[in-house]
Design a binder for this molecule. Structure first.
Ligand SMILES: Cc1cc2nc3c(=O)[nH]c(=O)nc-3n(C[C@H](O)[C@H](O)[C@H](O)COP(=O)(O)O)c2cc1C
Length: 281
């Protein structure tokens, strides 16, 4: 897959045509999920549901419990274990980029109670629901359909215009050696022959719960990148972990060097920040 282009082309779509996604394409997505790269050694399984699942999930999923209507829903199950949700974010984002490559449109869908999602869909499994997404063929619109985040307590998922939460730029998301410092970032990125610039750019395009992107990447000693989770009062643990998995997937998709190792690094951080993973350059 041409990850760079797919990451730039993906956007959340919230209005879908009724047109069904062909069964062969859904099988391809399931097979892709089964063979996908992981951050943690945990079994995952992709379940596929039709439009009726939208009704069943009403009240259990979606911003302010508003479900996005779609012909198909993807539900990712994972074996229980440390980093199951981070890994779920990583794997589901890969599935979403694969779907983008197949000219499908997608939207991540939030939930706070994994068991409630399983119950709504009648899932009986030892594995837990770690990620949900809508997939289908997006309605053609003249403008990009963007979520309207009027304020953090007033999110209008039906609005077709207005987009008050732009994504972070590289200079908002990446620091050199310590949180808050961007001195030397241009030189450092140039040194890596644009690879780092492209990988960081891919990170800034990461989808996240309410578009908060509550994380920072620290380029430390010119030899590693440390992913740090920022304090964010709007993002709960589930969405935080999912977002961390997603941003690691975006970085990996471009960097393709060593891979992330999960776990705290010895970097000094302000209170409330947490080192999550390290990527050796
Ligand atoms: C974990 C997660 C949960 C999300 N939940 C929802 C949701 O329930 N409803 C919705 O409309 N968008 C949802 N989104 C989509 C984000 O709002 C979207 O990614 C963000 O606004 C950035 O826009 P983009 O995806 O078009 O780049 C979710 C995204 C993530 C990563």
């Amino acid at each position: 897959m041409e990850y760079g282009a797919l990451i730039q082309n993906r956007k959340s779509v919230r209005a879908f045509k009724e047109k069904a996604v062909p069964a062969a394409m859904l099988d391809e997505l399931k097979a892709f999920a089964a063979g996908s790269d992981r951050l943690a050694d945990l079994d995952v399984e992709l379940l596929v549901y039709g439009s009726e699942a939208g009704k069943a999930l009403e009240g259990a999923c979606g911003y302010e419990n508003v479900m996005i209507g779609a012909p198909t829903y993807l539900v990712l199950l994972s074996a229980d274990g440390e980093n199951a949700v981070v890994n779920g974010g990583y794997v589901m984002e890969d599935i979403i980029l694969k779907a983008t490559d197949m000219d499908l449109n997608t939207c991540w869908i939030t939930f706070t109670d994994s068991a409630a999602v399983a119950e709504a869909l009648g899932i009986e499994s030892d594995k837990k629901v770690v990620a949900v997404a809508a997939v289908g063929y997006g309605e053609k619109t003249t403008k990009r359909l963007r979520i309207n985040i009027k304020s953090m307590s007033n999110v209008d998922v039906t609005a077709q215009r207005g987009y008050f939460a732009p994504k972070k730029s590289i200079y908002d998301m990446v620091c050199v050696d310590r949180i808050g410092n961007t001195d030397g970032l241009d030189v450092a990125m140039g040194f890596y022959n644009d690879m780092l610039w492209n990988a960081f750019y891919a990170c800034t395009l990461s989808p996240s719960y309410l578009n908060r992107q509550p994380y920072t990447l620290i380029l430390k000693d010119s030899s590693k990148v440390i992913l740090v989770s920022n304090p964010d009062e709007y993002t709960d643990k589930l969405s935080e972990d999912t977002g961390l998995g997603i941003v690691m997937r975006h970085f990996d998709s471009i960097a393709q060097l060593t891979g992330w190792s999960l776990g705290a690094d010895d970097v000094e951080l302000p209170e409330g920040y947490k080192a999550v993973a390290t990527y050796k350059l």
